[in-house]
Design a protein around this ligand. Structure first.
Ligand code: NAP
Length: 317
C-alpha cells in the first residue's frame, strides 16, 4: 500500500453475477433456520442457511453480494412474484468452508397497510421465515459487484456501520477477514432499537474476545446503554468514541462500509464532517463548497455536492 492511498479506493475482486436467472433458478435446501436476535426480541429475525450444492451458486458467491429468492404464488395482479434480493450473511467460503452453504438474515415484515390499515404481511420474508429444514426454495444470482471486500483485504482497517438486518454482509465479511487471514483492524458499529433486537450479538462478542484487533460497538436508539444516557444512532459512536474514530479514519488504509436503512449514510457523513479535519474528511467525502452548512445537507445532495470517495462502500435500502 502507498503511504496515503488514492481516495479513489482499493482494487476490487472480479465477481460472478447472475449465474441463475428467473427462467432457471437454483434449488436451495434449507439446512438451518433459527432466530438470531436476543431472547424477548419484539421483532422476528431469522438466520437462514441453504445448501446450494450442485447449483452454479455453489462456490461462486462472494460475501457482500446478494442472492434472489423467488417466492411461490402470484401477486395481486395474478403475475408470478418477482425475485426479492437478500444480502449474503455467510463468508465467501460459505457457512462450513466448502462454498455450498449460503445464508441470509431475514426480518419478518408484519405491518399495517398505509391506506386500509389492514394487516400487511411481507410475501418473501414470511415465506422464508416459515421454511422448515429440508424444504427447498428457488434461488437466483449472485447479484452485486461493488459492495465487496477489496482484493488485498488483509491490508486494510475497516469501519463497518450496520442498522438492523444491514448486519448481514458484515457477518460474512468479518468471517472472511478473521477466518482466512487477519485485517489490520475492524470496527463494527451495530445499530438497533433495543438490546433484545441485536443480531448475532453473542457471535460478535466471542469474535471480539478471540481477536484483539476487532472492536464491536452497539448503538441502541430507544434505550440507555451503560456508557450513554440517551438513545444513540450508529453515527453517534463517531462522537462517543471520537479519539479512537479520528485515529482510525486518519489511517491511509481505512475503508468505510455502510449497510442498512436509507438515510443512515447522511447521518454518518454529517457526523464525520463535524469531527474530522477537512484533509481527513476529503479522503472519504468530497464536499462541494455549494453544499453549505452541514445542518442543511440532505440526501438529494449525495453524489452531486457530496461525493463519497471509493473508500466508502454504501448499500442502503
Ligand atoms: P431496525 O431493527 O428497525 O433497526 C434500525 C435502527 O436504525 C434503529 O435503531 C433505528 O432507530 C435506527 N435508525 C433509524 N433511522 C436512522 C438514521 N437516519 N440513521 C441511523 N440510524 C437510524 O432495522 P430493520 O427493520 O432490520 O431495517 C433494516 C433496513 O436495512 C431495512 O430497510 C432493509 O431493507 C435494509 N437492509 C439493506 C440491505 C442492503 O442494502 N443490502 C441489507 C439488509 C437490510 P429508531 O427506529 O429508534 O429511530
Amino acid at each position: 500500500m502507498p503511504d496515503r492511498p488514492p481516495s479513489d479506493g482499493p482494487e476490487l475482486p472480479e465477481v460472478q453475477m447472475h449465474l441463475h436467472r428467473q427462467d432457471e433458478p437454483a434449488t436451495g435446501v434449507v439446512v438451518r433456520n433459527e432466530v438470531c436476535t436476543q431472547k424477548k426480541a419484539a421483532g422476528f429475525v431469522r438466520h437462514i442457511e441453504f445448501d446450494v450444492s450442485g447449483s452454479r451458486l455453489a462456490g461462486n458467491f462472494r460475501t457482500g453480494q446478494a442472492f434472489g429468492v423467488l417466492p411461490p404464488g402470484v401477486d395481486d395482479k395474478g403475475r408470478p412474484h418477482s425475485q426479492r434480493l437478500y444480502s449474503i450473511a455467510s463468508p465467501t467460503r460459505g457457512e462450513q468452508g466448502k462454498g455450498n452453504i449460503i445464508s441470509t438474515t431475514v426480518k419478518r415484515v408484519i405491518d399495517e397497510h398505509w391506506d386500509t390499515k389492514k394487516l400487511f404481511l411481507g410475501v418473501a420474508s414470511n415465506y422464508l421465515c416459515d421454511l422448515q429444514v429440508g424444504e427447498t426454495a428457488k434461488l437466483l444470482g449472485p447479484a452485486g459487484k461493488r459492495f465487496v471486500l477489496p482484493k488485498n483485504h488483509a491490508d486494510h482497517d475497516y469501519l463497518f456501520f450496520a442498522t438492523g438486518t444491514g448486519i448481514a454482509p458484515f457477518r460474512g465479511m468479518l468471517g472472511d477477514l478473521y477466518y482466512q487471514s487477519s485485517p489490520r483492524s475492524a470496527t463494527l458499529v451495530m445499530g438497533s432499537p433495543y438490546a433484545t433486537e441485536l443480531m448475532y450479538h453473542d457471535h460478535f462478542l466471542a469474535m471480539q474476545q478471540d481477536h484483539p484487533s476487532f472492536n464491536y460497538l452497539t448503538a441502541l436508539s430507544r434505550e440507555r446503554q451503560s456508557d450513554c444516557e440517551e438513545g444513540l444512532y450508529v453515527q453517534h459512536r463517531l462522537s462517543t468514541h471520537r479519539e479512537q474514530m479520528t485515529e482510525l479514519l486518519s489511517k491511509p488504509t481505512t475503508l468505510i462500509y455502510i449497510c442498512g436503512l436509507v438515510g443512515m449514510e447522511m447521518g454518518i457523513f454529517k457526523r464525520m464532517a463535524r469531527i474530522l479535519p477537512p484533509e481527513i474528511l476529503s479522503q472519504y467525502l468530497r464536499v462541494d463548497p455549494e453544499a453549505g452548512e452541514i445542518d442543511n445537507w440532505s440526501r438529494k445532495m449525495l453524489h452531486r455536492k457530496l461525493k463519497p470517495t471509493r473508500r466508502v462502500f454504501l448499500e442502503v435500502y
